[in-house]
Write a protein that binds this ligand. Structure first.
Ligand SMILES: [Ca+2]
Ligand SMILES: [Ca+2]
Length: 390
């Protein structure tokens, strides 16, 4: 079983796999596959023969494919003129009952883009995972991406070999023994008008290496959004520590999303290593909804209460209004048209809502949160899963 580490990095879903946009996962059969994440979302992509479906298997809690209700299979194909899409969940109950449940994922929670060229096709996709299944730093997820000829649908509920991927925000390559590093960000969310800043600390064992120079830049599709810098590193102090910092403007037209920044660090005797961190080019406002505990199907209407925090990522005052978009049959009881003002830099405002799910509802649903700030509109989805027990 492979153990991998992935930094948060947002690809652009357009059906084209650009250099530096994705990190490879594996070459399996005739398909080349890719995997990535950012908080709340998992991304996968593949380049495969046109007659093969791309099958993504996800063990969200990495506790085993045959354990828990957290195991998803998403199959996307391109047959004739049509893109086909099927999702199912392998639900393993503690009592030993196991079943494939065919699923529906609301459009807000999954997106994909594909392109065909000659006898091959490329596909880029993303899936939002709610609550305890959500991708966050430090979590490990079991993943697998395969190219499969249609018709070969695997009905077995037995074990499935997965790669364990550890979701990270910082990593290093070639770090010599006896050296430690740590980055410090005032905030990893950075609004273009406020600029970019990071401070690095290096600590060495008494006889360890002495790096003396660094070269900093952004990677991949964000490469031109930040400046490129190369400077000497101050000598280590008598506690065997040194620090260096980078400040850079952010290109105003930079796209929002998670990007990777790197510092290549060098020194005498061909010393060379690299430290990498994920940072987010952020929108002015983030909408953070409290997760909704999983519900069980009921013969009566069910009340769902939650809070929506509005997090400013900038330094100026933010004023706006919150509205909601509900699935069919759901009813708003409280909290629509909430006004808010955030006075301070990077502060937040809290709002509450209460809605009612109709009797007998089950499956995956999405509540849409819409925040209007002047002429800027921000949207967020709150996923709800109402379980229909096996
Ligand atoms: Ca792309
Ligand atoms: Ca599992």
């Amino acid at each position: 079983m492979a153990n991998l580490r992935r930094l948060a990095l947002t690809p652009e879903l357009d059906g084209v796999i650009k250099g530096g946009e994705w990190e490879p996962l594996a070459t399996a059969g005739n398909a080349t596959t890719y995997l990535q994440w950012e908080p709340g979302w998992i991304y996968w992509a593949a380049e495969a023969p046109a007659n093969e479906d791309i099958v993504f298997s996800l063990d969200s809690l990495a506790d085993g494919w045959t354990t828990g209700p957290d195991n998803f299979e998403i199959r996307i194909g391109w047959r004739g003129p049509n893109i086909t899409f099927a999702v199912r969940r392998l639900n393993n109950q503690p009592n030993g009952a196991t079943a494939w449940q065919s699923g529906q994922i609301p459009p807000d929670m999954i997106q994909f883009e594909a392109r065909r060229s000659g006898g091959r096709w490329t596909m880029e996709a993303r899936l939002m995972l709610p609550g305890p299944l959500a991708p966050v730093e430090g979590k490990t997820m079991g993943v697998r991406v395969d190219g499969q000829v249609p018709g070969a649908i695997d009905e077995r509920v037995g074990p499935r070999q997965m790669a364990n991927v550890r979701l990270s925000l910082d990593t290093h390559v070639g770090l010599p023994e006896g050296l430690q590093w740590s980055p410090r960000f005032v905030n990893r969310n950075m609004v273009p008008q406020d600029g970019f800043a990071v401070d690095y600390t290096l600590t060495r064992d008494p006889n360890g290496a002495r790096p003396d120079r660094f070269a900093f830049r952004a990677e991949g599709i964000g490469i031109d959004d930040l400046g490129k810098f190369e400077y000497p590193i101050e000598p280590f102090d008598n506690r065997n520590r040194t620090m260096f910092g980078v400040k850079s403007p952010i290109r105003p037209e930079a796209k929002t999303g998670w990007r990777i920044v790197r510092a290549e660090i060098t020194g005498p005797d061909n010393l060379k290593f690299m430290v990498r961190s994920s940072v987010r080019i952020a929108p002015l406002l983030d909408i953070n909804a409290s997760p909704i505990p999983s519900l069980k199907k009921s013969t009566r209407p069910q009340r769902i209460r939650g809070t929506v925090d509005l997090q400013s990522n900038g330094t100026q005052r933010v004023q706006g209004v919150v509205t909601y978009r509900l699935p069919e049959g759901f009813r708003m009881l409280r909290g629509d048209e909430s006004k808010f003002t955030i006075y301070h830099a990077r502060a937040k405002a809290g709002t509450r809502y209460e809605i009612e799910a109709p009797a007998g509802a089950s499956g995956d649903f999405v509540i849409g949160v819409i925040v209007q700030v002047g002429d800027q509109r921000f949207e967020q989805s709150i996923p709800i899963f109402i379980e229909d027990p096996v």
